[in-house]
Design a protein around this ligand. Sequence first.
Ligand code: N01
Length: 539
Amino acid sequence: MTISDTQGARTTDHDVIVIGAGISGLYAVHKLRGEGLDVHGFESAADVGGTWYHNRYPGARCDVESIDYSYSFDEDLQQEWTWTERFATQAEILAYLRHVADRFDLRSAFDFLTRVTAATYDEELAQWSVSTDTGSTVTARFLIMATGVLSATNKPDIPGRDLFAGETYHTGEWPHHDVDFAGKRVGVIGTGSSGIQSIPVIAESAEHLVVFQRSPNYSIPAGNRPLSEETIAEVKANYAERRRLSRMSGGGTPNAPYPKGALEVDEAERTRVYDEWWQRGGYLFAKAFPDQTTNLAANDTAREYVEARIREIVRDPAVADILIPTDHPIGTKRIVTDSGYFETFNRSNVTLVNLRETPIEEITRTGVRTSGENIELDMLIFATGFDAMTGSLSRIDIRGRGERTLTEEWAAGPRTYLGLAVHGFPNMFILTGPGSPSVLANMVLGAEQHVDWVADAIRHLDEHNSATIEAENDAVDSWVAECSAKAAGTLFPSANSWYMGANIEGKPRVFMPYIGGFGNYANVCAEVAEAGYKGFEIT
Ligand code: N01
């Protein structure tokens, strides 16, 4: 199909190319088709789902409540889908996304099993040219990067990494066949969310499980439960209000912190509040008090509370000592939402190896050799995370004006305007990436807010017979400064987290998401649009 541009002179294969068929890419296709645009998508996997297609390791669940972690754009969809558990399993979320794809005929837009390798902007024609690993090259006026923020897996370069002769997996690239742990000696490297979610499930059937922990992590029991018919009916009756509160909130869910700071109440009240948020479960605990991640003394009260709870669960005090973090304020790395994690270390078939004391020296054909011992294994699982937020973009050769690559442009850290656009890369939009609330908020509502904004921007161009929209360099400078200032007002930069790029060697240390709150951010984006796309050059 050939599309005429607004001047009717130049042509492209499509109006819009969307890269990625995860939550944001699926909605982008739906929304932009609804605007009358011709949209074409590429997806490297065999089907839709993005994160939820790949992260199918045992125990994988979302840590945002299912009733919130779902699309709000279509009332019928919202009413007809019924979540079964408070925190949905990966399988249920994937089934939901497949349902959405079927319901709105979204698969027809995508070339599956097709990885985009390069995207180049042609200044003369004002269009993007996208090349894939299947040899195709396709052009469009607009390029939408719906490439995900936790999708480029990180497999650390440990000596001997590829020598291991047993079964080996990465949690973020889990196979589609059943993995049987029974009768096997299994090693898991990594104790982030993926490790902490999978470890209790693996321990149930493995003959022996060895957990290789470099940095301990805070984790709070999910408090997961089946959703009753009454709960579902009540949520569905009040969905509009729930979504309204979510859109105004700091994190994209209808949860508000206690109205006073942690140090403004006495100890009994503080403990009562922590008990209540512990019962709510999961990462939300970081938000019990509004000053918990901005004031170290307030944070200490939360840390001490959680430390005491971990000590109640873990029977061996020496093991508890190893499991309790001492290297970062609680909440400055994403608190893990678990089901029975700390209890797992009371099992006789589980061993914890403290890599801070005895680091891994090499992976061998038969297991892992630390500085203290040789550990024989039948299976080795890397729960070692992702090149977060920028990795999925830097693995594509993206070139803007003057052939400048995005990697060059971001050599000192991601530089965006509103997280959505990059100077020198006209008509390219990034969904839920660095410079936006992204992983600090509900990603589904974040994706909807971004896609709706992009759809408005494209409509604005067409209504004004304009061909391109590009972030101005000054606007990028100001936004980068705004993002840094917001982060500097918190305790987050003090942690060696993937938010900071600290988990990838050589990556610039910059706090990547916008931490000023989801509702505030959406207001800023709306104001920019209302002011005629202030900070953007439109030609
Ligand atoms: O990855 P991580 P993840 N030797 O980077 C260790 C989301 N998510 O996949 O901290 C030894 O957090 C590393 O150790 P250290 C969620 O936002 C959500 O678990 O670098 N160890 C760390 O322990 C989450 O935050 C859900 O010292 C090495 C681990 O590997 C994000 O994804 C579920 C090592 C990596 O942890 C990422 O989580 C899953 C090495 N060379 C994921 N290299 C839910 O919704 C790395 N490690 C619940």
